[in-house]
Ligand binder design. Structure first.
Ligand SMILES: [Fe+2]
Length: 212
């Protein structure tokens, strides 16, 4: 069983990866205690919909969503256990937590075994990832086009996230992830409506990008 979010609630941090790949600490305002305990998934989804209607700017959305994600995961602890132990092949698993045809958000638990590395990608949507268990190294990339290679990218940094950390991504932020240690990296992932025409997987050797 991976170390869980609630086991390490003090030393948690919020981060934002902006469109140029810079990962910066994110100041999140304190919110009042939830009037109802537990803070259930359906209340979170209602609050989320209210934020999305009232706030068009992605960064401002993320700042408001982070504390609700932390509240949800600590108050509705069962969510932290809603992941599938990843099989050796392909080394990762995804469990959808919510799906509604007219509310096209992605809400899922993802688990990765150490020894696997994700493709280099952006999301084509804003995203919030909370690390539940394990450790996850993120590498951050930036577009660095040349006339010959318009999809060239370059590595600009990396960071290791721990349980309780929440990372937000703007739609063009480019990263890849790699679980570290001997436990699966388990994450709660929330993404806005994906623009698939702007979501890419990058090849830093051949300087290519392809939709995925
Ligand atoms: Fe990602």
């Amino acid at each position: 069983m991976p170390e869980m979010l609630m086991d390490n609630p003090v030393d948690c941090h919020d981060w934002l990866v902006v469109n140029d790949g810079t990962c910066q600490p994110c100041e999140v305002p304190a919110i009042p205690d939830s009037p109802v305990e537990p803070y259930r998934l359906y209340r979170f989804l209602t609050d989320l919909e209210d934020i999305l209607h009232a706030t068009p700017d992605d960064t401002q959305r993320l700042v408001q969503i982070y504390p609700l994600v932390r509240r949800l995961l600590t108050s509705s602890y069962w969510l932290q256990l809603e992941f599938v132990n990843p099989p050796a092949k392909p080394g990762w698993s995804v469990r959808s937590l919510y799906k509604e045809h007219d509310f096209l958000l992605t809400l899922q638990m993802v688990a990765w075994l150490p020894g696997n590395v994700s493709p280099i990608h952006n999301h084509g949507a804003w995203g919030v990832v909370a690390l539940i268990g394990g450790q996850e190294k993120n590498q951050f990339w930036q577009r660095s086009p040349t006339p010959q290679h318009p999809d060239r990218i370059r590595l600009i940094g990396e960071k290791i996230f721990h349980p309780g950390d929440i990372v937000g991504f703007l739609p063009d932020a480019i990263h890849n992830v790699e679980p570290l240690g001997d436990q699966p990296a388990v994450t709660f992932n929330l993404y806005g409506v994906t623009d698939f025409s702007k979501r890419f997987e990058f090849d830093p050797i051949h300087h290519q990008a392809r939709k995925f």
